[in-house]
Ligand binder design. Sequence first.
Ligand SMILES: [Fe+2]
Length: 456
Amino acid sequence: MNKANVLIVDDSRSVRFAVKALLSSSGIHTVTASDGLQGQEALRREQFDLVITDVDMPNLSGLEFCQWIKSNPETAHIPVIVLSSLDTDVDIENGFRVGADAYVPKRLANKELIPRIESVMNKCTFVKDKTILVVEDSKTIQMVVKQGLKDAGFKVALADDGQHALEIIDDVAPDILLTDLNMPRVDGHELCRRLFNMDKYKLMPIVVMSSLGDKPMMRGLIRDGVAAFIVKPFNVDMLVVTMEKLLSDHFQHMLEERERLVLEQKLTVGTITSLVNALEARDKYTSGHSESVTRLSIAIGRELGFSDTEMNRLQIAASLHDLGKIGVRDNVLLKPGKLTEDEFEHMQTHTVVVQDILKSMHGMEDVLVAASSHHERWDGTGYPNGLKGEDIPLVGRIIAVADVFDALTSDRPYRDGMPVEKALQIISEGVGSHFCPTVAAAFFRYMKTLKKGNLT
Ligand SMILES: [Fe+2]
């Protein structure tokens, strides 16, 4: 962002000065103009990465100026931030209606302008450097389109027809596919149909180049999910604007999707926590067990170099590993002594019941499978499925070690918790039979650091 060249347009000298100073302190190069007309001149004269404009200005207002930028193929790709003292909903809506990328009220400029510039510029960087696979049997059109897209900063790959595109698409990994309709072997229509049926590509935007006579087919393709049409003969600038708009919408969609997932996960974790609390309220001796097992599992995951996403899944799986005990009868769950064979069999169902309880939760399948496997044993003698070795999900193998360690060292109605050293001894004896050697090694490494920490 530091190399960015930003045009600031405002009729107030003091505002121009303040915004320039703010941007300069972040290392951003700026040029100023005092109204929309001067802004237009500056844009004709030099290249800018971003325009920040006021709304209320003489000669050409900020909104007219923004509209001009967005409707001119040479400048349409430049993001515009409207910076104004008018900040009612209507003012903001007017800004977006003329194509502004962001709206910052002047009173919040000190705090919000730089983060907003960063987000707008990131979005643009996201749009640039993307790969477009152009599927076209005419070498002349291939050449013109390729040049136009490359000049606009896109990477371009070419395919001579649909069949060729299908052969190279995995290697090219395009962000957008731009295809002709009439081509030998696999035509554009068939290519779209096949891509929509492939999980990997069904969300990739597809743009179809067609002639006006293809109108009925266009309607069908839009219904099937084609993102846009470019009618031949077309202007390459319009093609570039269409691509940028699609990628920008795609980016926005991805951001929204990410926010939605974070919110959904918060709700899921909240629900699970309530259920675990309900379970632990029934049995005071195991209260806090899920939390301890989760804490220890996370420590093992860290030793194993888990990524943030893997850690997240591990944390959820560990916190709900015993949730299925909600379905275990009181006389078994709370029995202060050894269980009979029948009772033990009933107790074992908790590994399966958790899946039944949470199966309606979207996107939790991997977590549930992992949590269900925390009583499997490395040698295949565990339950519920007698899985062996690496067939047991790694997360399940981690929870197994954490679970046993916490159970051994915690007090029970019929016995006191054993000393840590004794529990470590028992776990080390179970390596290769009960426990996964890699996970156990990570667990011992962690326990060693803990011991060192205690001594200092
Ligand atoms: Fe369990």
